[in-house]
Design a protein around this ligand. Sequence first.
Ligand code: ADP
Ligand code: MG
Length: 564
Amino acid sequence: MANQQAGGQPVYILREGSTRSRGREAQEFNIMAAMAVAEAVRSTLGPRGMDKMLVDPTGNVTVTNDGATILREVDIEHPAAKMIVEVAKTQDDEAGDGTTTAVVFAGELLKKASELIDQEIHPTVIAAGYRAAAEKAKAILGAMAVPVKKTDKENLREIAVTAMTGKVGEGIGKMLAALAVDAVLAVEENGKVDTDNVKVEKKVGPGIRASELIKGIVLDKKRASEGMPKAVEDAKILLVNVPMEVRKIGADTSIKIRHPTQMKSFLDQEDEQLRRKLAAVQKSGANVVFCQKNIEDLLANYLGKEGIFAIKSVSEGDMNKLAKATGGRIVTKLEEITPKDLGHASLVEERRVTGEDTLTFVEGCKNPKAMTILLRGGTNTVVDELQRALHDALRVVGVVVEDGKIVPGGAAPEVELSLRLRSFASTVGGREQMAVEAFANALDVIPRTLAENAGLDPIDMLVALRNKHEGKDGKNFGLNVYTGKPVDMLKAGVIEPLRVKTQAISSAAEAAVMVLRIDDVIASGGFSEKEVAEAKAAAQQSLAHMRGGGMGGMGGMGMPPMGM
Ligand code: ADP
Ligand code: MG
């Protein structure tokens, strides 16, 4: 490909096989690709959204209506489309819910932008308008938000139920919501909630209703030796992250044994080492040991004979949770254990749950800062979808416990924002005004889609909602997707964390602006490894940028070039 002429000779600056599109054409391709992603998840939005069945190359099936899951599982190639997938990831990381909303809104912003570009409005102007609108939108949302205290368990449960509506049935949703709220409140520390401290252990079993919250940790593991007790009450728990075995002799070491007594003394020496380890455990007063590494069989036998319960090869994540749940400290030197390092649980037990399936329960912990929700359900597909719903529930409750702010659901915020931004637009003036208006119009995609997915007429619903919002005390009215009537969502208990909405607006607007600012796409035929590494680093940097939160984090208009 000849890119420049120098003295009549073509100068090749791109590798052979590279393709390039620029200007309007590049923009159009990018916008189309991004919109295609939004279109792919649109039908799943809301409580009456449809499910999608995903089949991976090895034939594994996932049935879900979770936008983030769909986009994670589907292989998307187009670079601009990938930017929209990033929106879902960012949304999930920051708010734990609202991924479909963010993606659908980003797609609509780009569609409206495309119409403006057709009217000869420059992408830079659109970008500026979108940024101003997003900032204003967040301010309006902030003013619209209602405070919620963490003692307000009923509200917290409603938030969890709203996040799970459409993913699980109503009764099950209420039950899981109660579990999620109790778990989140238990692991909260100094106003922060790390939902990683709520372990979700899945086991196919009698039915969803058998799911329960365990005041402690459940491990999908068995004790290290049959000779160990199956249950230990009033457990004093030792957490170890070094191998409990005799120091291994390297493969290239040779031991010369010339006489049977030498062999015996060598083995005696090994045995002596193991006995010392056993003595160290006993001295600490521990009657339960969780080891992140191996426990040698012989030592496991010795432990068992002394009535000590032990599990080997516990994952690092579980070790940390065990420490948080039992109040124990993870030790690295057996010789240096003190009784203070031990954690406590009223019961450690290896228990059969269904058929031959056993789990180890570490339960009855005092004031545990990590807990387990044991999820039960008829089939793997069921428990998997339950787990995704529960993930959203845990995150939204966590977010609200942290932020203490909620907004009404059912598209009430989007309808309100759309109205208020239209009047804000007139104060902006110039061509940017058109972009702010486009942003306001794009917000309508959320109530329209909620209605459409519920089999309701989108135009009628939008008109009815707008009428309410224009009237007195109507700002909290959203769509009851079952009756097709606008209702006060706060009163109906359909509520969402403020952060879910502000983050959806931020990440959608940022992604749309990013896609708009590209007017040159150069796709090389084949990249060297170095080029791929550089491109990845650049992509990660821009993602980190997006995560920086807020439109301001992008440094005004100064977006970094796309590394091309
Ligand atoms: P997302 O991935 O964006 O969270 P969802 O499929 O979970 O997508 O749908 C979320 C939307 O559904 C939000 O606008 C939320 O307010 C709305 N919603 C949830 N429950 C209800 C309900 N009971 N009635 C009306 N709208 C609801
Ligand atoms: Mg949701």
